[in-house]
Design a protein around this ligand. Structure first.
Ligand SMILES: [Zn+2]
Length: 488
């Protein structure tokens, strides 16, 4: 679970912060996002946030403090975005209930900070009280496809919810949905599960049964439970989806076991900050993407196969290679989670080349592979997303096909690769994905592979010799996949 809004930095937690964080960890809170309130507490906020890798923070100025703000404060927010690593601009917004600052001042500050968020490709954490009309008119005006964010502590009605969702926003629910006299049940039941985030708004808004006491992230489960109860779904589903939604919005990458993929993520991140044009396509998320709906896809691919083999013969080791063999195949891709897919594929290629005539050597005529790959996505849900692949495969080779001395063998290989997807949504039909991928296959079976001696003057004169062969395949491919269940 991710607590997307908890003011862990405020004085209420001084002296008990470690205890609170320990309890949060025990309650399976993976991450806590601390939104900023005002410039004079920024230093403390960043200090607190850097004390644990479970903490991250937003930077921005709360509408309550709009009045005290001058150009310097906005510059400071931008400086922190540039030099530090906030995950959002927030919390920002409008509050006409307390009316600490005049609406015009609040609106101006809100817009300035939205522009910063767009400039740096960060989501916004939006506070709103009694200001839906002005809030929506600003968001509508600023939404050019590059603005994302959450309306925190959402307390609107079903109509306002629809408007927020149409604007591409997430909504987060807090302790007030658990209150006996809440009027938010309809809003919660109407809210699409792929747009809901969880938050405690600690130290305020403690959920039942802790209502009235100091709130803390460990109480997040009471909010998840209430949503599950209202929506009549399992609490696990609420937790899985809201966690995914938060990771997607705040671009919190999952830590994979493979340094390789982390390096790859870094490359992607660098590309993201270096190239403005890239930035746009990265942030251009596929609307209404729901990982559960993208669960199953079918596809075909075409590629070229380069085989390099080391053959251990009595006279020593020699290397041979066959290049440019066309292969094709099909696959089924299943997404158990947003960041990972499991792919079952079949590859077929036919090789007619005699590679080294002088050495009378023939590669396998028919090469078939059944592969089981896991794909790890660096930035899922984007129009252009990158992935790494890892998985085992079984290889079937046929030698001397069409002759009366046909032989077969099979071996086991490990595949690894990298690639990118271009996701093209078709409204009401599904999602089409065009991928380019480069895979390497290392044949792990050494001893039961056959080498083949062939006399090119007589295709029927094929001799088979049992040899130790280590194979390595390079398999760049173009993939076309279709996800019919991802209805837009
Ligand atoms: Zn707040």
């Amino acid at each position: 679970m991710i607590d997307t809004h908890a003011h862990i930095d405020v004085k209420d937690f001084d002296g008990i912060r470690d205890e609170i964080l320990a309890r949060a960890e025990e309650a399976n809170i993976e991450k806590i996002i601390i939104p900023a309130i005002e410039p004079k507490t920024f230093d403390n906020l960043i200090n607190v946030a850097s004390s644990s890798d479970r903490l991250c923070y937003g930077i921005g100025i709360h509408p309550h403090n709009s009045n005290e703000i001058n150009g310097e404060a906005i510059k400071l927010v931008e400086k922190i975005i540039n030099e530090q690593n906030p995950v959002a601009v927030g919390e920002i917004g409008l509050d006409y209930y307390y009316d600490f600052s005049p609406p015009d001042v609040q609106k101006r500050l809100f817009r300035q900070q939205i522009k910063l968020a767009k400039k740096y490709n960060l989501p916004v954490i939006v506070h709103n009280r009694d200001a839906f009309d002005d809030l929506f008119s600003i968001l509508e005006d600023e939404q050019d496809g590059s603005l994302s964010g959450v309306l925190h502590c959402f307390s609107g009605n079903a109509e306002q919810l629809e408007k927020a969702v149409d604007l591409g926003f997430n909504v987060s629910f807090t302790g007030n949905i658990t209150f006996k006299k809440t009027n938010l049940a309809e809003t919660v039941s109407e809210a699409p599960l792929n747009r809901i985030l969880l938050e405690t708004d600690s130290p305020w808004m403690a959920p039942v049964p802790h209502r009235g006491k100091k709130n803390e992230p460990a109480y997040l489960k009471f909010i998840a439970e209430k949503i599950a109860e209202i929506k009549k779904i399992s609490i696990d589903e609420v937790i899985t989806m809201t966690t995914q939604n938060a990771k997607k919005l705040f671009k919190i990458l999952v830590v994979t076991l493979f340094i390789f993929f982390n390096t790859f993520a870094l490359i992607a991140q660098t590309a993201k900050t270096d190239e403005d044009e890239f930035k746009d396509i990265f942030s251009d998320e596929v609307e209404s993407y729901n990982p559960y709906e993208k669960s199953l896809g079918f596809g075909g691919f075409l590629g070229t196969n380069t085989i390099v083999q080391s053959i251990e013969e009595t006279r020593g080791i020699r290397d041979v290679s066959y290049e440019g063999i066309i292969f094709y195949g099909g696959m089924v891709n299943f997404f158990p989670w947003e960041f990972v897919s499991i792919q079952l594929g079949y590859v077929y290629s036919k090789n007619k080349k005699i590679v080294e005539k002088s050495k009378n050597l023939l590669g396998p005529n028919i090469h078939q592979v059944i592969e089981l790959g896991t794909q790890w996505y660096v930035n899922p849900n984007s129009r252009l997303n990158f992935f790494g692949t890892l998985g085992p495969s079984i290889i079937f080779n046929k030698f001397g096909e069409g002759t009366d001395k046909e032989r077969e063998n099979s071996s086991f290989a490990i595949n690894t690769g990298i690639g990118f997807n271009l996701n093209i949504p078709f409204t009401g039909v599904g999602l089409l994905t065009v991928s380019a991928e480069w895979r390497l296959s290392f044949d792990m079976t050494v001893s039961n592979t056959f080498g083949v001696i062939f006399n090119p003057n007589d295709p029927n004169d094929v001799k088979f010799v049992e040899q130790r062969v280590t194979s390595f395949f390079s398999l760049p491919r173009i993939v076309l996949a279709f996800y019919p269940f991802n209805r837009q």
